[in-house]
Design a protein around this ligand. Structure first.
Ligand code: SF4
Ligand code: SF4
Length: 57
């Protein structure tokens, strides 16, 4: 399982980054990006996104 942020949907609010227990989400330009090498696929970020931009692959 892997999680990915749809950059076409993300509004760059940063809520997901605050909810990630392993700090796998980092700001990239005006959006946010998940570092697959750090992400432990816990799913905590999904529910924190107000626009449902985080998708499970
Ligand atoms: S699935 Fe969990 S570990 Fe991965 S980016 Fe989301 S909150 Fe962080
Ligand atoms: S919570 Fe959603 S909209 Fe906000 S930065 Fe994360 S992916 Fe983007």
């Amino acid at each position: 399982m892997a999680y990915q942020i749809n950059k076409n949907v993300c509004v760059g609010c940063g809520a997901c980054a605050s909810n990630c227990p392993v700090a796998a989400i980092n700001q990239k330009e005006d959006k946010y990006d998940i570092d697959f090498n750090t992400c432990v696929s816990c799913g905590a970020c999904v529910g924190s996104c107000p626009v449902n931009a985080i998708e499970q692959q």
